[in-house]
Structure formats: structure tokens, C-alpha cells
Design a protein around this ligand. Structure first.
Ligand code: FES
Length: 154
């Protein structure tokens, strides 16, 4: 796996010979498109190529919800933190969810069961707060409903 990541990262970096850190977002997007996520090995290679620290790269990448730092889980959870969901307790729900599965947005659980992403709106604000798992929308979520729902997934 490491060899594959190293070679796909290098093939992306070869397209950015100028080593200009303003290319960082484009490089991260291209690497994620090929590998499905940004591995620690890929971040090291990008850091060396652009001569920027790994913490700088993580600082930029974690600002954007599109970047993932682990391989996709068997089930993808999207928690909505848009205005309607925020007003209905989305942040509280998000914190409870992160605590329950012990990951933050962009990560995948150790057992590979879930990955987590925060989104700005799932398009069903009247049902807030909303969580989506794979392609199923769960509406008017509470912490208790959330825990019951997570148990249904293998
Ligand atoms: S703000 Fe959450 S679904 Fe629109």
C-alpha cells in the first residue's frame, strides 16, 4: 500500500514542478482523487516537495471538509452543520457523534466501520438536525436516536 501511495503521490507532484505552495490545494485534491484520502506518507512527500511543514499542510487541509485523512469506512456518515441543523442542536449532536465513534471529521474509525464528514446542508432543512449514513437521511436526530442508529450498522 505504501508503495502505491508513494507512486501516486509522486505522479501528482510531477505535474507541479514549480514547487509553489500556492498549488497546495490542487495537489491535495489530485492526491485524494487518486488515493481516496490523504495518507501520512503522502503528506510527508508533499511537505518535502513544497518545502512546507506537515503541520502547515494539515492546517490547510483540515480547514476544508472535502479532505479525508483515512481510507473510506464501510459506511460514510455525513453530519449536517448548516444553519437549520446548527439551530436545532447540530453541533451538540456532532460532538456526541465524534465522542461515540472516537473520530473527528475527515477520519475513519480504527475498525474501518465508519468515516465521518461534516457538510453545510443536506437539502432537507425542515427535518433538522439531520445525519446521513450512506444514502439514508436520518431526520430530527437526537443523541439517543443516533446511538441506536449506529448500532444497526455492521
Ligand atoms: S442545514 Fe442541515 S439540512 Fe439544511
Amino acid at each position: 500500500m505504501y508503495v502505491k501511495i508513494a507512486s501516486t503521490t509522486q505522479s501528482v507532484l510531477n505535474k507541479f514542478p514549480l514547487k509553489d505552495k500556492s498549488n497546495l490545494i490542487q495537489i491535495l485534491q489530485a492526491v485524494q482523487e487518486k488515493d481516496d484520502y490523504l495518507s501520512p506518507e503522502a503528506v510527508v512527500r508533499i511537505s518535502e516537495h513544497l518545502s512546507v511543514s506537515r503541520s502547515y499542510i494539515y492546517g490547510v487541509a483540515t480547514f476544508y471538509s472535502q479532505f479525508k485523512f483515512g481510507p473510506p469506512g464501510r459506511h460514510s456518515i455525513r453530519i449536517c452543520l448548516g444553519t437549520a441543523c446548527h439551530v436545532q442542536g447540530g453541533d451538540f449532536l456532532s460532538n456526541a457523534l465524534q465522542s461515540e465513534i472516537d473520530i473527528t471529521p475527515g477520519e475513519t474509525t480504527e475498525d474501518g466501520k465508519f468515516d465521518l464528514e461534516r457538510v453545510a446542508c443536506l437539502g432537507c432543512c425542515a427535518l433538522a438536525p439531520v445525519v446521513m449514513i450512506d444514502n439514508i437521511i436520518y431526520s430530527r436526530m437526537s443523541v439517543i436516536k443516533l446511538k441506536e442508529m449506529l448500532d444497526r450498522y455492521e
